[in-house]
Design a protein around this ligand. Structure first.
Ligand SMILES: [Fe+2]
Ligand SMILES: [Fe+2]
Length: 360
């Protein structure tokens, strides 16, 4: 295994990861003393002068994305649910269950990552991310309560108990986070950060595509509206980690080979689960398109953190689902793209547009 060493890596892999004190009167909050990890923050949220100004712009954008699930109309979905094929209904329930797991585990894990962050502007973004992940769980509950018949609702939450592929999937995803909890070193922290990036950047999207695909056939439009809004939130989390991972690569011991291994096993697990729950039984999705899309996403996420694409064939350089763009509303990029790196956004926008299709 190749360890990437540079002068800027300060910590050895077995060093225990430090958790910030609640209040540190001896800390130094000056910009020049600030760093994302291993800084000496007082733990006051001193945001007048920030070192990472991109985080202020990102936070503002995340706040402007504010939305309330119950304001989105699911009336047609209640009827449509019974017009789905049995395979489509099974996939609908299973994907809902899987996404509930993802946002549950995020709600649980983000505080652990955040507790070692020493730049308050980054903590700000993670606090908002945590709030959004929790709210995503509430939106799944809203869908389950509204669309799923009462006698099937518990089964959605308990899907992993009876579906061994989903259970394996959940254990794989949670395992990287648990490693850090069990043994909180600089090495396991970096792995947990990368696992978060994989979750935000790779694991949601075959599920989103399933709902956009139904919407393209005039089915379950309310569900698609909710997922495109969650999609927009998740892309802001992807952007946060696209900033954090390259910074982390400067200070944490890590192995580039290990990063590629994690990406490849993440792709395999994602394809295995999607083929299990969607497979070739849903019009518009095949095991081939799932593989192409997942590898395309992995390539894009690698490039975004400064690494080479893992899957070199031309077919993995483009999305097989560009025809679904209009259902994700991701063509509406201007707002996000224009303001992303600026901290001066003052308008309040309640928009359902999802920006950044190119990055999905
Ligand atoms: Fe989420
Ligand atoms: Fe997220």
């Amino acid at each position: 295994m190749t360890y990437c060493l540079s002068d800027s890596i300060l910590y050895n892999s077995t060093e225990k990861m430090k958790v910030n004190p609640i209040f540190n009167p001896g800390g130094d909050d000056r910009i020049e003393a600030r760093s994302i990890w291993f800084g000496n923050t007082t733990n006051l949220m001193q945001l007048n002068d920030v070192r990472y100004s991109w985080a202020i712009g990102l936070y503002q954008q995340m706040r402007e994305n504010f939305w309330i699930p119950q304001k989105l109309d699911l009336t047609q979905d209640v009827t449509d649910y019974w017009n789905l094929t049995p395979e489509e209904r099974h996939a609908y329930d299973g994907i809902l269950s899987y996404l509930t797991f993802l946002d549950s585990v995020q709600t649980c894990n983000i505080p652990h990552l955040k507790s070692s962050i020493t730049a308050p502007e980054i903590s700000l973004c993670m606090a908002e991310q945590l709030s959004q992940e929790a709210m995503h769980n509430q939106s799944y509950q809203y869908i389950i309560e509204t669309v799923i018949p009462s006698d099937r609702r518990s089964a959605v939450y308990d899907f992993w108990r009876t579906d061994s592929v989903l259970r394996d999937r959940c254990e794989f995803v949670a395992g990287f986070y648990q490693q850090y909890i069990d043994n909180p070193t600089t090495e396991t922290y970096f792995i947990a950060l990368l696992a978060d990036y994989l979750l935000e950047g790779l694991y949601f999207y075959n599920g989103f595509i399933y709902f956009y695909n139904l919407a393209s056939r005039m089915l379950m439009p309310g569900s698609a509206d909710i997922f495109k809004t969650i999609n927009r939130d998740e892309l802001s989390h992807v952007r946060l980690f696209q900033r954090l991972i390259p910074e982390a690569m400067q200070v944490f011991p890590h192995s580039v080979d290990r990063i590629y291994e994690m990406f490849d096993s993440a792709v395999q697990h994602e394809c295995r689960w999607t083929n299990h729950i969607v497979g070739n039984d849903i019009l518009g999705i095949t095991e081939t398109s799932t593989e192409q899309y997942t590898k395309y996403l992995a390539n894009m996420r690698l490039k975004a953190i400064g690494l080479e694409p893992l899957y070199r064939e031309p077919k993995y350089q483009k999305s097989p689902y560009t025809h679904l763009e209009r259902f994700s509303d991701t063509k509406n990029q201007a707002h996000t793209k224009a303001n992303f790196f600026e901290a001066s956004v003052t308008s309040y926008v309640m928009s359902s547009g999802v920006s950044g299709w190119d990055e999905i």
